[in-house]
Write a protein that binds this ligand. Structure first.
Ligand code: NAP
Length: 455
């Protein structure tokens, strides 16, 4: 029997577990999917926006995988705690696949970034996703104008949540405290700002287009910003033709919005381009505005500063400039890329494959792509692991890794514990007159996993 630990139960971890059991090279594989949280599904539960119910429903597919009899979900086990480092894991399992994701946000590196009222978009996402480590801050209180820095899909998600009325989110599983705060929100202007042009924005067209379908928000684009984009203005059309299809589609959408008159809705999302943040400005101890330098295309896909500046008022700033991987003690790490060095998914130590250690997902390739991108990524890693399986199976490992985890101080939450959390969230929703509502704190989650009702 080949015993494999998969560290992380987000999409990359679950697709790795699936690829491990859906193969015929090694007939007898047992997989433990370990997660730091008592809940599975990673960013599908704690990252996908609550109003994206279709993507959220991917949880049903991931659940089917985790219910396979050869796979065990084991929550509330933090790798790195109670002596459970990479070395110890190799004593418990023949192979370990790290699917750790990219847990932190990238930094802007400008003065004022740490002012009260300035947050990473990941913190805001964690808040409305009920992540148990999320700050209890009510984010939107007192803000009228918000600036979202970055023009990727995370920026679109947070801008959309800010621009939706609380009533639009009530049918979702958004936690009750966040819903109450959003109901009191006075945010009327949401500025989403890119340092390059609309033809270089990172969002996907479906996500972008959705902004104009919000019932209580207008979308506005400054024609002057568009006019700076060579793909928009080049009379020969060559610059436009050279763009990938997604960027051409995005430009079409943005051009349509620039031509459209406002419809007088309660809130407005304003897309801005060619503005590079240089400082967050303070008033009364909190962020009050963002100072941007106007940029211009440098002819090589980047931008250069122009020495002209513009300020946008903001009592709330969300920095949506990408995620970055976090090193795990004892595992090699490329700090520049925020990933673990690998060859075909095999972890490299000093340039050579380390027997029994693998990576998949964002910690392998960086924080890019959509959820489905993790499937081929996981398959590549599992193909490498299966090539090595004959040698891996010879390594001596503990007979009962779960018992070993308990002995060293971990308090694992197995699959029935997670099902109890799900049931408690449904019950909580019923008491609040809503559908299932997420439990937002550690005591509540662990209590529910142990069968105690949520207070
Ligand atoms: P992203 O796609 O990499 O976008 C990051 C944005 O931040 C870019 O506009 C980037 O501009 C900008 N940026 C980076 N550093 C900056 C700086 N110092 N100053 C100003 N702007 C800066 O990252 P993301 O939005 O976090 O998304 C991560 C991944 O998750 C993506 O693959 C995304 O598609 C995926 N995702 C998908 C969905 C969905 O499918 N619904 C939802 C959320 C996330 P430059 O291009 O100029 O660097």
């Amino acid at each position: 029997m080949l015993r494999v630990a998969v560290i992380g139960s987000g999409p990359s971890g679950v697709y790795t577990a699936q690829a491990l059991v859906q193969q015929s090279v090694v007939p007898d594989v047992r997989v433990h999917v370990l997660d730091r949280l008592p809940c599975p599904y990673g960013l599908v539960r704690y990252g996908v926006a609550p109003d994206h119910e279709k993507i959220k429903s991917l949880q049903n597919n991931l659940r089917t995988v985790l219910e396979d009899e050869r796979i065990d979900f084991i929550g509330n086990v933090e790798v790195g705690a109670h002596g459970l480092g990479p070395g110890r894991l190799l004593e418990l399992y023949h192979a370990v696949v790290y699917c750790l994701g990219a847990a932190k946000d990238r930094r802007l590196g400008v003065p004022g970034e740490e002012l009260p009222g300035s947050h990473s978009a990941t913190d805001f996402v964690s808040w409305y996703s009920a992540h148990p480590d999320s700050a209890r801050e009510a984010f939107v209180l007192g803000a009228r104008s918000a600036v979202v820095i970055g023009v990727g899909n995370v920026a679109v998600d947070v801008a959309r949540i800010l621009a939706r009325g609380a009533e639009e989110l009530r049918p979702t599983d958004v936690p009750h405290a966040a819903l109450d705060a959003l109901a009191l929100s006075r945010v009327r202007e949401v500025h989403m700002v890119g340092r390059r042009g609309p033809s270089q924005a990172k969002f996907t067209t479906k996500e972008l287009r959705e902004l104009s379908s919000l019932p209580s928000a207008d979308v506005a684009v400054d024609a002057a910003d568009l006019a700076l984009d060579p793909a928009y203005t080049d009379p020969s059309g060559a610059a436009l033709a050279a763009l990938p299809a997604v960027n051409r589609r995005n430009l079409d959408v943005v051009r349509g919005w620039a031509a459209q008159p406002p419809r007088g809705r309660e809130r407005r999302i304003r897309l801005r381009f060619f503005l590079r943040p240089v400082e967050l400005l303070e008033r009364d101890g909190r962020v009050a505005a963002v100072r941007f330098e106007r940029t211009a295309p440098d002819g090589a896909g980047g931008v250069r500063g122009t020495g002209r500046y513009e300020e946008i008022e903001a009592q709330l700033v969300l920095r949506a400039v990408g995620y970055r991987g976090v090193p795990l003690a004892g595992l090699p790490f490329d700090a520049d890329r925020g990933t673990v060095p690998h060859a075909g998914g095999r972890v490299l130590r000093d340039g050579a494959p380390s027997p029994g250690e693998y990576v998949a997902g964002w910690i392998k390739r960086g924080p890019t792509g959509v959820i489905g991108t993790n499937r081929p990524c996981a398959k590549e890693t599992v193909a490498s692991l299966l090539d090595d399986a004959a040698e891996l199976a010879l390594r001596p490992v503990a007979a009962d890794p779960l018992a070993a985890l308990r002995e060293s101080g971990h308090r694992p939450v197995p699959w029935p514990g997670w099902l109890a959390i799900e049931a408690a969230e449904t019950a909580l929703g019923q008491t609040l007159g809503r559908r299932s509502v997420k439990i937002p704190d550690w005591p509540g989650l662990l209590g529910a996993a142990g069968g105690r009702p949520h207070p």
